[in-house]
Design a protein around this ligand. Structure first.
Ligand code: COA
Length: 160
């Protein structure tokens, strides 16, 4: 059985992430969507809230499991008995950072294989902070995030 981990901060999960998750389920037997705290970012949602959004948004996918970790991704992968890491590549600008992470993760644990998947081009300009920013200004984000996330962002930003 091939298990893959899709790590990220998912603050919040967007249709772009879900596109990658769906593609990954066509390749791997089990896809663990793993939420972690990116120490360089100040989150809007707690880890528990994010886990809840992801579980709700992926409930129709049998092969998807949701989890969280702190510390190194390679240690979490070992704990889960997984060697594959999935990363999305949206544009050339993602490449340098992704290459560095992939090579460093491989250096830290030789068996780790990073697989890059490209989302549908309509999501290439999407990231979580742009969604948060639009939501914070009361803009319409319904084309970018599942309805549950849309509602929760409105609550966070006290938008009626
Ligand atoms: N659709 C929409 N948005 C996407 C996307 C997609 N397909 N793919 C990425 N994004 C967005 C993310 O939402 C994120 O947005 P934000 O910066 O506005 O929050 C942005 O693109 C960057 O995503 P990503 O590179 O996945 O960052 P991240 O913070 O979500 O994840 C970790 C980085 C958590 C995977 C990485 O820091 C990590 O592995 N940490 C664990 C510690 C560790 O092992 N460090 C050593 C690594 S070598």
């Amino acid at each position: 059985m091939t298990k893959a981990i899709y790590p990220g901060s998912f603050d919040p999960i967007t249709y772009g992430h879900l596109d990658i998750i769906e593609r990954a389920t066509t390749i791997f037997d089990e896809v663990i969507v793993a939420v972690t705290q990116n120490l360089t970012k100040t989150p809007v949602f707690t880890i528990e809230e994010r886990l809840n959004h992801i579980s709700e948004s992926t409930k129709d996918y049998d092969r998807v499991k949701v989890g969280c970790f702190s510390g190194l991704l390679v240690d979490f992968a070992r704990q889960e008995n997984a060697t594959v890491v999935i990363r999305g590549l949206r544009a050339v600008s993602d490449f340098e950072y992704e290459l560095q992470m992939a090579l460093m993760n491989r250096r830290l644990r030789e068996e780790i294989v990073t697989v890059f998947l490209m989302p549908n081009e309509k999501f290439t300009y999407l990231n979580s902070s742009i969604v948060r920013e639009i939501a914070g200004h009361g803009g319409d984000i319904s084309n970018f995030v599942p309805s549950m996330v849309d509602e929760q962002l409105k609550i966070k930003f006290k938008i009626t």
